[in-house]
Design a protein around this ligand. Structure first.
Ligand code: HEC
Length: 130
């Protein structure tokens, strides 16, 4: 009997945590389309030597904390994404911590990217010191 209860419990956790991610990603898609798509492209493909890709970006996926800060503060230092060097200028997004959470969940789970963990608002606020 205990096993059955544990199983049901875990099943619900799984369902609910997936829902969280789906909802956040849906909001994130809209934020992406309004704020990021002009430079990073419809499918996160970027633009050769000007805008780095987000799709299958080793740089993005290896450090999501860094990405959260870069979306918030902007970025203009030299970076290497999938073996190619970029030195452009991304302006500070002006997005709220909630919007950054959602757009991060979208970009780290789209176009072949898969994030092991759902990014939470609480973490983003902590990273940004808010
Ligand atoms: C005006 C064009 C522009 C816009 C708009 C823009 N970016 Fe960027 N983004 C860049 C450039 C240029 C770089 C590389 C900066 C550098 O070379 O230092 C970059 C780098 C990045 C990186 C790290 C590199 C990578 O490819 O993994 C991430 C993540 C990122 N942008 C996400 C976003 C998100 C999310 C948005 C929308 C909220 C956004 N960007 C909006 C131009 C832009």
């Amino acid at each position: 009997m205990n096993y059955l209860f544990s199983f049901i419990f875990l099943f619900f956790i799984l369902i609910f945590s997936q829902d969280d991610l789906q909802i956040s990603m849906q909001k994130g898609k809209k934020i992406y389309e309004a704020n990021c798509v002009t430079c990073h492209g419809n499918n996160g493909e970027g633009s050769p030597s000007i805008f780095p890709p987000l799709a299958k970006s080793d740089y993005l996926m290896s450090n999501t904390t860094r990405a959260i800060k870069q979306i918030h503060f902007g970025l203009s230092s030299k970076i290497i994404v999938n073996g190619k060097t970029y030195q452009g200028n991304m302006p500070a997004s002006g997005l709220s911590p909630q919007q950054i959470t959602d757009v991060m969940n979208y970009i780290t789970n789209s176009w072949g990217n898969k994030n092991k963990e759902t990014i939470k608002l609480k973490e983003v606020k902590k990273i940004l010191g808010k």
